[in-house]
Design a protein around this ligand. Structure first.
Ligand code: ATP
Ligand code: MG
Length: 505
């Protein structure tokens, strides 16, 4: 027997069904290229593409969607733009961009997409990571409490860096910025720290030189170089630091200590400005777009010291920024200074006067590293900064050739000796213990009777001689405990006094 329905019941049933109807299909609308210029493609018809999603153009090319508008999507190309023509079909992939990570990358030079650049063939990745990922939360972090030695005396004694810290290296062109970064990498040899050197928008020859230097110093075994050179499109340069950080994070989340160097963020900002202008985003100060601060803060926030529950790994960042005419109040320098935990300021004037590394101690600071400094170094570094500052001040008066009183003469003498002691050649790292002994001697002003230029010779010869003989026990004790007891300090000073008395005779 058939049941009779009236029309309202039928309508009600249809409406109910329609309300709960779900379109179960993953077909997404494809788009079409409208225009392509300098690595930026405009696409129409991509209705539901997400920000940062990877899209495929025709068969071979890929781009990342960045500007989402109702009609048009702006995307940045990951390959050469001469393969794109108007009308090409664009498919959303539903994926974000990922890079390979893992131990097999050590010793390799890769581009921001994870392709090898060193001609050593492909490698097997242990996993793939999103190039953009959120920074560790407040609860995932621990305090910066362990030192990361650079092996550079001026830094380790006066501007100490801790694991998980972000310390900016800033200065004009050709002032030794890259040199400090490379010295720090070389000093990590045998210390179980993974290093990632990120070259952004540099000359290919400069990157080749860095790789050659690191190889020669035996530092490539624990280092990964991620590079996009000046000849590559701006989108690739823009992605480089994010993808290098993803490579570094993989090690950090596996409990390792990692050091990452961004060389340099000024060129990164310029690459992003290029993209933004091509995407027709409004420009602000110095023609940089409004979100220029955010692109660097979200990058540097990914550096951290993780808590024990999260494996205790760390990511220490040394971003580099180039200034024009020493102007640290320009837009990008002030931005990055405010994001980092301190800066090492290099000066052309110092560099040209022969002071290398050309660090201006007065303008350099480390806001968190002090907590990480070893007790031995802390004990001998107290007065050094002050003495140097006084010396610089007095130096101005000394220029007038006025009659100087004895106290001033003493400040000048000690300052000259200290300045001499802080000079250091490239690729000659000094160990923590050597530094502790050296600055103990300097702090006690025992070299006043010698010309300042002999300072380094006398001290290094003394340490060399006694490391293996009279002081070897004390030396090892400082190395192991990282402390310098009053008794040991007195013993070292006695030995040193005896040593210099022999030089004089
Ligand atoms: P750029 O602006 O070109 O990137 P930079 O600031 O990175 O330059 P570097 O390339 O590191 O500077 O150094 C410039 C020159 O100074 C190099 O030839 C380098 O070998 C030399 N140099 C740097 N530091 C020292 C040092 N401590 N002792 C001797 N030479 C040094
Ligand atoms: Mg450089």
């Amino acid at each position: 027997m058939t049941k009779n329905y009236n029309s309202s019941e039928i309508i009600k049933a249809i409406l109910e069904e329609a309300a709960t109807f779900k379109r179960e299909t993953d077909v997404r609308p494809a788009g079409r290229v409208i225009s392509s210029c300098d690595g930026v493609v405009m696409i129409e018809g991509l209705m539901d593409v997400k920000n940062g999603e990877l899209v495929r153009i025709s068969d071979e090319s890929y781009a990342i969607a960045l500007n989402l508008e109702t009609e048009v999507t702006g995307a940045i190309l990951l390959s050469a733009s001469n393969e794109i023509s108007p009308g090409d079909i664009v498919y959303p992939t539903g994926e974000t961009i990922k890079v390979p990570s893992g131990d097999n990358l050590l010793g390799r030079v890769i581009d921001p997409l994870g392709q090898p650049l060193d001609g050593k063939g492909p490698f097997r990745a242990s996993s793939y990571r999103d190039i953009e990922s959120p920074a560790p939360t407040i609860f995932d972090r621990a305090k910066v409490a362990e030192p990361l030695y650079t092996g550079i005396k001026a830094i380790d004694v006066m501007i100490p860096i801790g694991k998980g810290q972000r310390e900016l290296i800033i200065g004009d062109r050709q002032t030794g910025k890259t040199a400090i970064a490379l010295d720090t990498i070389v000093n990590q040899k045998g210390k179980d720290v993974i290093c990632v050197y990120v070259a952004i928008g540099q000359k290919t020859s400069s990157v080749a030189r860095v790789v050659k230097d690191l190889t020669k110093q035996g530092a490539m075994d624990y280092t990964i170089v991620v590079s996009s050179t000046a000849g590559q499109p701006a989108p690739l340069q823009y992605l480089t630091p994010y993808s290098a950080t993803a490579v570094a994070e993989d090690f950090m989340y596996r409990g390792k200590d990692v050091l990452i160097i961004y060389d340099d963020l000024s060129k990164h900002a310029v690459a992003y400005r290029t993209i933004s202008l091509l995407l027709k985003r409004p420009s602000g100060r110095e023609a940089y777009p409004g979100d220029i601060f955010y692109i660097h803060s979200r990058l540097l926030e990914r550096s951290a010291k993780l808590s024990d529950e999260k494996g205790g790994g760390s990511l220490t960042a040394l971003p580099i920024v180039e200034t024009q005419d020493g102007d640290i109040s320009a837009y990008i320098p002030t931005n990055v200074i405010s994001i980092t935990d301190g800066q090492i300021y290099l000066e052309t004037e110092l560099f040209n006067s022969g002071m290398r590394p050309a660090i201006n101690v007065g303008l350099s600071v480390s806001r968190v590293g002090g907590a990480a400094q070893s007790k031995a170094i802390k004990k001998v570094s107290g007065k050094i900064r002050l003495n140097l500052a006084q010396y610089r001040e007095m130096l101005i008066f000394a220029r007038f050739d006025a009659d100087l009183d004895d106290a001033t003469k003493e400040v000048l003498k000690h300052g000259a000796i200290l300045t001499e002691a802080l000079k250091q050649k490239q690729f000659s790292p000094v160990s923590m213990t050597d530094m502790a002994i050296e600055f103990l001697i300097l702090q006690n002003n025992l070299l006043d009777n010698f010309p300042a230029k002999n300072t380094q010779n006398i001290i290094t010869n003394f340490i060399q001689l006694y490391k293996n003989k009279g002081l070897s026990q004390i030396y090892d004790h400082i190395t192991v405990t990282k402390e310098l007891s009053d008794k040991d300090a007195a013993k070292i000073l006695d030995e040193f006094k005896e040593y210099i008395s022999k030089i004089k005779n």
